[in-house]
Design a protein around this ligand. Structure first.
Ligand SMILES: [Zn+2]
Length: 459
């Protein structure tokens, strides 16, 4: 359970992310803020693609799911009902010598890991961020930044039911920021105090929960594989019963072989009827479901697949990272699945000469209507290819002087470096097919194989 992904160590990944503009330390010019990160020009594209792929899979391609976007600040009673006020606590200890704080349940010995000093007695520390709504900082105006997006879904259960006429089983999904004042953070973007979640609450008839649990576990595991994560780098971890969260009947994580070892990527929880029951009790509003077929009133059970956007980004980066020998050097590439890759295509004119540049700019203007495309006319073509490999761009389109005469351009594939040459009139449909997974050497009318570096591999 500790063997890390063989592809890359964390230091290399952090360095690439920073050098190429995926992730920067937050407020860096002021010395940063511990465990806070900013997504750069490529990181934001990567993250948007992950969220888009998730939204497409769990909402757009299904007829039993709808989306929501609920607020981060909620009525305090929500957290009273959900149990977070009372139970979202970690045991905190402080070193009497150096005053560093630690989570007692994560320490092997009752000594300070930093200086070996004695520790204070444990006290319970609530990890919800607290602030004040309105101009008066008093107890009555205390609000919390949500520690999970799930509760926004539960409190809107009746609203969704009434406005969409969905019948069980059906689910509600949302993507959004959540906040936890973790005592220990770290491992780059794996654990930070501000993070983004992709959560589903799937409402079902009591008694069908075990089978829906299995369904969602399988479904969610497959989603990562479909989008390029190697199956052997994924596994599941069943939480022992005595360690389950207060709301859960069962919890199983999808775990990934991160650079620092196996760790949770997504949690699938059977929350039973805990949340809707609690909100019914505290709000006094009925959150029952009426089943017209059986004439029954009941509170649905819920299965919750809860994924982290930032963790997913780290997993996609780590899994895509590849180093391979290339002549005398080392080629670094990110083998992203095309749906996840920040840029889909780069347009590279072979020279900056005016007529060629203008031609290439037209190609670029046309392609960027379809995809996130980059135009790059700096440096040698070899270095430009290398840069695109390193940021994971699946295809480069090269415009050369011959293009001006034959109206054809070359397409270079990132993973094999093989090239084909296609008529400009076929460029868009060809790229579209290749981004959809078609073999590079399947040629459009008027196309030809241009350069074979190596046989295509299936990795
Ligand atoms: Zn200490």
């Amino acid at each position: 359970m500790t063997e890390a992904t063989p592809n890359v160590d964390m230091e290399k990944l952090v360095s690439l992310c920073r050098r190429r503009g995926f992730v920067f330390p937050s407020s860096e010019i002021y010395g940063g803020l511990s465990s806070s990160w900013d997504y750069g020009p490529l990181g934001v594209e990567l993250k948007r693609n992950i969220k888009e792929a998730w939204w497409r899979a769990v909402i757009r391609e299904r007829d039993d799911m709808v989306g929501l976007d609920t607020s981060i600040l909620m009525n305090r009673k929500v957290w009273e009902a959900s149990g977070h006020l009372e139970r979202m606590v970690d045991p905190l200890v402080e070193c009497k010598n150096c005053h560093q704080r630690w989570r007692a349940d994560e320490l092997g010995e009752p000594k300070c890991p930093s200086c070996g000093g004695d520790l204070t007695e444990e006290r319970m520390f609530n990890v919800m961020f607290k602030t004040f709504a309105g101009p008066v900082e008093e107890e009555a105006s205390v609000v919390y930044l949500r520690p999970e997006t799930a509760q926004g879904i539960f409190v809107n259960f009746q609203n969704v039911l009434n406005t969409t006429r969905k019948r069980l089983p059906f689910g509600i999904a949302q993507i959004g920021k959540s906040f936890r004042n973790e005592i220990t953070t770290g491992n780059f973007i794996f654990r930070s105090r501000e993070f983004e979640q992709m959560e589903i609450e799937y409402f079902i008839k009591p008694g069908t929960d075990e089978e829906w649990f299995e369904y969602w576990l399988k479904e969610r595991l497959q989603w990562y594989v479909t989008h390029g994560i190697k199956r052997e780098h994924l596994d599941t971890y069943e939480h022992p019963e005595e360690k389950l969260a207060h709301y859960a009947k069962r919890c199983c994580d999808v775990i990934y072989k991160f650079p620092m070892g196996w760790a949770e990527l997504e949690g699938i929880a059977n929350r039973g009827d805990y949340d809707l029951k609690q909100h019914t009790a505290v709000s006094g509003k009925s959150l029952e479901y009426y089943d017209a077929a059986t004439n029954e009133h009941f509170i649905p059970y819920v299965i919750e697949p809860s994924a982290g956007v930032d963790r997913s980004a780290l997993a996609f980066l780590a899994d895509a990272y590849t180093e391979e020998p290339d002549k005398d050097e080392l080629r670094v590439l990110l083998r992203f699945h095309p749906d996840i890759a920040p840029l889909k295509v780069a347009v590279l004119p072979l020279s900056r000469k005016e007529n060629l540049a203008a031609y290439a700019r037209d190609v670029y203007a046309d392609l960027r209507r379809e995809w996130r495309v980059e135009f790059d006319d700096t440096q040698s073509i070899g270095r430009r290819y290398r840069r695109q490999d390193e940021i994971g761009t699946p295809f480069c389109v090269t415009v050369d002087f011959q293009s001006l005469e034959d109206n054809r351009v070359t397409i270079r594939e990132r993973d094999t470096m093989n090239q084909i040459r296609v008529p400009i009139s076929e460029l868009k449909t060809t790229l579209s097919a290749k981004l959809g997974g078609e073999d590079l050497f399947v040629l459009p009318p008027g196309g030809e194989i241009w350069k074979v570096e190596k046989e295509a591999d299936s990795a």
